[in-house]
Write a protein that binds this ligand. Structure first.
Ligand code: FES
Length: 354
């Protein structure tokens, strides 16, 4: 039978009791019998010092890696640039340093728990009901005892290495702090595309992905083609917000569009050709499934549908904003060209947008 039911034999006010005696008695009153308690290493022994060094190493590794994360997050060149440059390794550096920091803190805590804390075997009976004041006092002593057994006070190296964990807190705060230190967005980068700079006098050609320009007769009635700004790098990821769908509407559909044009889109179509941003206004997927019979443009990601003959107004799905229309013309060479950038930002809505 468990000793949990035996009368209390120990006077807790006895000045000769050690903290561990009170802990053991407290456990006994709670129906817990500590049957084995033994430190893994004698205090100050060679084995203990070795384990302390290992734990310290992991915590210091955590400190160095998380400091490196914060430094890279704030100062490493992160903006995308063409060619081989330091911005290419920005994300891997963040991943590597954060990974090392987490591995360091994980292994440090594990090693501390498994190799430095004493071995204890205890048997506990279940019981119901709240704790009385005496038991609360015992709990307080127990926590004090655990604190002393963690032995940070008498292991200065361990205490010092814990300082290495401080930068880990900075890692958690790095993103909001970084956003305050440096505006992650180049001024108005979200408001212009590769067509920025196009004017009626100097239009920017619409080109295919091989940079060849397009003549009106090359897009059949009811057909569509993906086009890009005809500028250096215009087809690359540098201008990932610029892909545009050039559509040749049937004449009666073009007339429906002319009748319903938003004021901001006045003058943007050219004859029966119209160009819309391909970047879905819901979450930015390329919307390019053109359903010729219904004049709907479908986004494959979350099934938004845009009505091409009504300013690409969303008529189904989660998108709430029309696809922006690109003002187009045919230049003196007979090629399609944009006469200005999009008049509203392309892509998903964000809070700065009106
Ligand atoms: S990204 Fe197009 S519907 Fe969600």
């Amino acid at each position: 039978m468990s000793e949990s039911n035996t009368p209390v034999l120990v006077d807790l006010d006895d000045p000769n009791l050690t903290t561990f005696d009170i802990v053991r008695e407290g456990a006994r009153r709670d129906g817990i019998e500590i049957v084995h308690y033994e430190p893994q290493y004698p205090a100050g022994s060679k084995g203990e010092r070795r384990m302390v060094r290992i734990v310290s190493f992991f915590f210091l590794l955590t400190g160095i890696a998380s400091t490196a994360f914060v430094v890279a997050f704030i100062w490493w060149p992160w903006e995308y640039e063409m060619g081989s440059n330091p911005s290419k390794v920005y994300t891997p550096i963040l991943g590597l340093t954060l990974g090392l920091a987490l591995i360091g803190v994980g292994l440090g805590i594990l090693t501390w728990g498994k190799k430095l804390l004493p071995h204890e075997i205890a048997i506990q009976d279940r019981h119901d009901g709240p704790s009385d004041p005496v038991e609360r006092k015992i709990t307080g002593e127990t926590l004090k005892f655990i604190g002393s057994e963690l032995s940070v006070a008498r292991r200065p190296a361990l205490k010092l290495s814990l300082l290495g964990l401080l930068p880990l807190g900075a890692v958690a705060a790095a993103v909001p702090i970084g956003a305050m230190i440096k505006d992650p967005h180049h001024p108005d980068v979200l408001f212009k595309t590769g067509f920025a700079g196009a004017t009626p006098e100097n239009p920017i050609k619409l080109v295919r992905d091989d940079y060849t320009p397009i003549r009106p007769e090359e897009v059949s009635t009811g057909g569509q083609i993906t086009v890009f700004p005809g500028i250096p790098g215009g087809v690359s990821n540098k201008y990932a917000d610029s892909p545009t769908l050039l559509i040749h509407l049937r004449e009666d559909d073009a007339e429906v569009l002319r009748q319903s044009l938003y004021q901001i889109n006045n003058g943007s179509p050219w004859q029966s050709y119209v160009a819309y941003s391909k970047i879905c206004t819901h979450a930015g997927c390329p919307a390019s499934l053109y359903e010729q019979q219904t004049n709907r443009l479908l986004c494959p990601c979350h099934q938004s549908q845009f009505l091409i003959t009504d300013n690409a107004r969303p008529v189904f799905g989660p998108a709430t904003r029309s696809l922006p229309m690109l003002p187009i013309t045919v230049d003196k060479d007979g090629h399609f060209a944009a006469t200005s950038d999009y008049k509203v930002p392309v892509g998903p809505a964000f809070w700065e947008k009106s």
